[in-house]
Design a protein around this ligand. Structure first.
Ligand code: ATP
Ligand code: MG
Length: 732
């Protein structure tokens, strides 16, 4: 068979990499030099030139989006889908192993995956149950601690004993957490990797099977693998197989989540006879953009060192815009977007990038006003929405009523007369007797341990779930019908219809969307390790990182954090909020190495741009409830002069008085600081409860007196602006 077509459209070095011998290979190259392209072509080469079956290949990438793209690109290149090949994210593949070998992994057959939200809830619940002070051990920090241990491959028992009471407390909580997960059959994301590693380590015959099966393993974005992922790769490759890793040390941006740049440095030590290949020609960006990226990153020490070049011409210089404030910055961005659109560009060719999620709001508001469609990556995704999570929790209970997290979530949603006090009794009984909440509810119902009304309410909840359990066992019902019945029996639609205004309508629409998502869910024979389509669907809902937004096919502006932009490219890119304290972030000044990581993040941002890059900052910015006056980021001054130009629009517009820069830094730390009497006494940082949106944290405020609006970051609903006079907020 003529395989030369696989090497067409590649330069010499890329060809060397694609057709490199079947041995351990490390491809180190800068952004846009074709690493991902080489990886895809190498897979095709292995299948056609070396005649390896797709069955014997495993490819790991960083996001679900990248995995899907990789599969599509292989198919495009070779004309048929790579049947039997394993392509996915680390989490996705680990999950696949665990579903296939749940028994060997010491799991329950119907184990559930928890997302970070569920995880935090569980931790809060445990802290309450064990009476642990959540001011000394803030639940988020506990969560972070546990994840960090798992990223390093450590179980609670492996955490080094410490004299420090804080660490001791953390370790103890980790033990409780492990126990609760074990009992409830719950796995967090970190556990997927850790457990999959332990599964292989503890089962020599299974390990041998997979080592023999996978002749070659391929990894994209290798610079961002953490210890447990690296260990997983090593054990899977073993002594017989080999690995191709592609990466760029200058794009390592997940150090804060345990990723280890050292994995690149140690690669040659851990894998024998490594063939290292470097690529330096960039095919993505213009000369000015590349020069800016090269100049910036040369300020970092300890680099493996590479210089990118392009023969595609210099292009336009980068434009730098200084907004008066964040509103002005957003307006400028929308103006440019509209100009490009009017000239015929697709909206999906344009991306707005920012350092942290909270920055997107102002740009979003502007886009909504101007009716420009946009898509937000990593924002509040479909399966994260409250009404969807409730419906999914019912489905989880139908599979396994002993799922405490799901019970806590929906036992009184919609309200059915099971109040906090009854739930408290259930929790107590569960804790004292080692029962699940379900078992506790059964006991309470049988023995009538609560007043008659509450007992009856619990009884009908038990019946409701039992009804759902039998519903999912009817083989003639499709997945869409199952969800339709669950939603109907739970009474979720009338519950949300009662909510006033658009919010309730949107929730009802989302629930309907869930039914159609379930009906359209295809369960391929490849998924045979799942015990049922419902189970596969529930797992997908947790693992799918927001790629299933409703407007997927509408041409729209792409909004995302810099972290989410990794590996992607767009003709027009806005790098926004490029200010000291924001980017680099304030936190990065405290820890050694973090500033360099921020610089790499900036390098990632710059190198996403193909044709034109705008860098913007605001002279004053309201964020997280205070107004700050940051200077332009040091990263701007690190870009060589000559490839960046300041845009001067200000001479054309006179600066409104309200936008003039005050002489003092004036944090508006409290709604109370307004001259008029506020409606209720709420301060930034307060925790509040809203009758519909639940609990949240006040992070910002605007306006005065009865017009005061506050921004609340709700635990389940993300951030929202509310008019204080109408919002019925209760300070907790
Ligand atoms: P990143 O570090 O950002 O992940 P990368 O090194 O993976 O980048 P790719 O995304 O593979 O780079 O390639 C960047 C762009 O250059 C893509 O649009 C790709 O199609 C194009 N490209 C790569 N090599 C060639 C080539 N030899 N001829 C034409 N276009 C190429
Ligand atoms: Mg890439």
């Amino acid at each position: 068979m003529d395989v030369s077509f696989i090497l067409d459209d590649l330069n010499d070095k890329q060809r060397d990499a694609v057709a490199a011998p079947l041995q351990n290979t490390l491809i180190l190259a800068g952004a846009g030099s074709g690493k991902t392209r080489v990886l895809v072509h190498r897979i095709a080469w292995l299948m056609h030139a070396y005649e390896l079956s797709p069955y014997s290949l495993l490819a790991v990438t960083f996001t679900n989006k990248a995995a899907k793209e990789m599969q599509a690109r292989i198919e495009q290149l070779v004309g048929v889908p790579p049947q039997g090949m394993w392509v996915g994210t680390f989490h996705g593949l680990a999950h696949r192993l665990l579903r296939a070998h749940w028994r060997d992994a010491g799991l329950k057959e119907n184990f559930q995956i928890m997302d970070s939200d569920d995880q935090l809830r569980l931790i809060k619940r445990l802290m309450k149950a064990f009476n642990i002070d959540d001011t000394r051990w803030p639940p988020k920090q506990v969560c972070w601690f546990i994840n960090a241990q798992k990223d390093e491959g450590r179980r609670a028992a492996h955490v080094v004993d410490s004299h420090d009471p804080f660490t001791r407390g953390m370790k103890e909580l980790y033990f409780h957490y492990e126990e609760a997960c074990e009992q409830g059959g719950l796995l967090d994301f970190g556990e997927l990797l850790l457990r999959a590693h332990e599964l292989l380590l503890g089962n020599p015959s299974l390990l041998r099977h997979y080592q023999e099966r996978f002749a070659h393993v391929l990894v994209d974005e290798f610079q961002d693998t953490n210890s447990i992922q690296y260990a997983w790769l090593r054990i899977l490759v073993g002594n017989q197989g080999s690995i191709t890793a592609v990466g760029d040390d200058d794009q390592s941006i997940y150090g804060w989540r345990g990723a280890k740049i050292e994995n690149i440095h140690n690669f040659s030590k851990h894998f024998p006879d490594v063939n290292t290949i470097r690529l330096e020609q960039n095919y993505r960006s213009t000369g000015h953009i590349l020069k800016a990226a090269n100049g910036l990153i040369s300020n970092n020490d300890d680099r493996l060192g590479k210089e990118l070049w392009t023969d595609s011409g210099e292009g336009e210089p980068i434009s730098l815009y200084a907004g008066f404030n964040e509103q002005d910055e957003a307006r400028f961005i929308i103006d440019i977007i509209k100009k490009w659109r009017d000239k015929g560009s697709n909206l999906s060719d344009m991306a707005v990038l920012y350092r942290s999620n909270a920055q997107s709001r102002v740009v979003e508001e502007c886009l909504v006003r101007e009716q420009v469609p946009y898509r937000i990556y990593g924002g509040h995704r479909f399966y994260d929405r409250l009404e969807i999570k409730n419906a999914l929790a019912y489905a989880r209970l139908a599979i396994d009523p002993n799922d405490d997290g799901a019970i806590e979530r929906v036992i009184n949603v919609p309200p059915r007369g099971i109040g906090e006090r009854s739930i408290g009794t259930l929790r107590e009984l569960a804790r004292d007797q080692g029962y699940s909440l379900w078992k506790a509810a059964q006991v309470v119902a049988q023995q009538g341990l609560l007043p008659a009304r509450a007992t009856n309410a619990i009884r009908s909840f038990l019946e409701l779930i039992e009804g759902m359990s039998s519903c999912i066992q009817q083989p003639e019902l499709g997945l869409g019908d199952v969800f339709e019945q669950i939603i109907q029996e739970a009474g979720l639609i009338p519950f949300h219809e009662k909510e006033k205004g658009e919010k309730g309508e949107a929730r009802v629409e989302n629930l309907k969307e869930l039914v159609s998502a379930a009906s359209g869910f295809s369960w391929s024979s490849d998924d045979e390790e799942f015990s049922s389509p419902l189970m596969a669907f529930l797992d997908k809902a947790v693992l799918d990182a927001g790629e299933a937004q409703a407007d997927e096919y509408q041409d729209s502006i792409q909004l995302m954090t810099l972290h989410a932009a990794k590996g992607l490219e767009f003709p027009l890119v806005f790098l926004t909020g490029v200010e000291e304290n924001l980017f680099p972030s304030k936190m990065s000044f405290e820890e050694p190495g973090r500033l360099e990581e921020e610089r790499r993040l900036c390098y990632v941002g710059i190198t996403r741009a193909m044709e034109k890059l705008y860098i913007t900052y605001a002279e004053s910015r309201r964020l997280y409830g205070s107004e700050s006056f940051n200077s332009p980021s040091r990263f701007i001054s690190e870009i060589p002069t000559g490839c960046i130009e300041e845009v001067r629009l200000r001479s054309q517009v006179s600066r409104p008085v309200s936008m003039q820069r005050p002489t003092v830094n004036r944090p508006t730390s409290s709604v109370l600081s307004s001259m008029q009497k506020p409606v209720i006494d709420i301060s930034m940082g307060d925790r509040v409860n809203h009758p519909v949106f639940g609990e949240g944290l006040v992070i910002n405020s605007e306006g005065q007196g009865p017009q005061t609006r506050v921004q609340v970051n709700f635990d389940d609903e993300g951030t929202k602006w509310l008019v204080l006079a109408f919002a019925k907020l209760e300070v907790l």
